[in-house]
Design a protein around this ligand. Structure first.
Ligand code: SF4
Length: 342
């Protein structure tokens, strides 16, 4: 695949959230988003619970952010990891429930995650640590869909402390358009999964009723906001959309349908990250359709399609070493110890 076009020189880039902070708009966004926690519709589940009063919906998350791990991540796409790592902020809990979740230790055990609640000022300090102490290239919010108000509140706190890095929204794409619109100008890079082309499989394996509609709408909105990927002179992402597609065994990811939709409805120039690293983690080993890694022929079928569709921007992960990509969140400082670059 081709290198991402280097347009850095034409964009004297400063993340837009700085201007939003000084205009007062960032604070207004926080107020609007936090008000919605009283009858939560932050994600498409629209549980309607009062998270400000400690009620829990599907994601089992209250009004404070739950931050499971903060660490440099060297296993993201090269434009994000660079040489010093992507500054990952792993939120606890999730608004999905994937039977094969690699992050199940922090996404699916909500009782254990409760002790990891953090106030927004502390989260802002952790972001500054990633920027100033570790020299990470961006702040990468992982599984943020149920914590959008808390994320924006932390950015509001972090700007006067000196935050200047591009912000990455690393999502399964089960996101509400109303919430995404509040992120317009705050998020520089959307790193969005396109998991399924079938609501049947999404229901069965991730406990979402209507994934395909919501994820496609969300990805279209993300592209409207940030467009194609722009990298700096070092090849580091500054702005744009990256769509991740994890190939599942037995064609369960609907790769043909999803990638065709992407080309026709988003853009053939969109940056994609095709991933071979599926591993039957969490409960997947008990489900026959998901109980194995993908085969070489399943993967080459998808790669051939990528070529045929003319998707030229992005990355294709090598086959093999799937277990190397499995994190262990008990190793808090370095959950991805053995990960190689994608
Ligand atoms: S963010 Fe959580 S409580 Fe709110 S709608 Fe989504 S799953 Fe329900």
């Amino acid at each position: 695949m081709h290198e991402i076009t280097r347009e850095w020189e034409q964009h004297l880039f400063q993340p837009e959230y700085i201007a939003l902070y000084y205009s007062g708009e960032l604070e207004r966004r926080v107020e609007r988003l936090e008000a919605r926690l009283a009858s939560c519709d932050i994600c498409p589940r629209e549980c309607g619970v009062n998270r400000l009063e400690g009620e829990h919906g599907f994601c089992h998350s209250g009004h404070l952010p739950i931050v499971a791990v903060v660490c440099p991540h060297h296993g993201e796409e090269p434009a994000l990891s660079g040489s010093k790592g992507s500054g990952a902020v792993f939120f606890g809990n999730c608004n999905m429930n994937c039977v094969y979740c690699q992050n199940y230790q922090i996404s699916q055990d909500w009782k254990k995650q409760q002790s990891k609640e953090m106030d927004s000022h502390t989260l802002a300090e952790r972001m500054l640590y990633l920027q100033d102490e570790l020299g990470c290239h961006n702040i990468n919010f992982v599984s943020p869909s149920h914590f959008v108000p808390q994320l924006v509140r932390a950015v509001l706190e972090a700007v006067p402390m000196g935050l200047r890095l591009p912000l990455v929204y690393n999502t399964s794409s089960y996101d509400s358009i109303k919430s995404l619109k509040e992120l317009d100008g705050i998020i520089s890079v959307y790193l969005a999964d396109l998991r399924y082309a079938s609501n049947k499989w999404a229901r069965r394996f991730s406990r979402v009723q209507d994934y395909v509609t919501h994820a496609r709408r969300a990805i279209a909105e993300m592209y409207r906001q940030v467009g194609g990927l722009i990298v700096d002179e070092s090849g580091l992402a500054q702005k744009g959309l990256i769509v991740r597609h994890l190939v599942l065994p037995n064609r369960l990811a609907g790769s043909g349908e999803s990638l065709t939709w992407l080309v026709n409805e988003v853009s053939p120039a969109v940056t994609v990250s095709i991933m071979s690293q599926y591993f039957p983690a969490h409960r997947a080993s008990q489900i026959s359709l998901l109980a194995r890694t993908i085969s070489a022929s399943e993967y080459s079928e998808v790669i051939k399609l990528v070529d045929e569709l003319g998707l030229e921007n992005g990355w294709v992960q090598e086959m093999g070493a799937q277990e190397d990509y499995l994190p262990d969140f008990e190793r808090k400082a370095e959950p991805f110890l053995s990960i190689a670059d994608t």
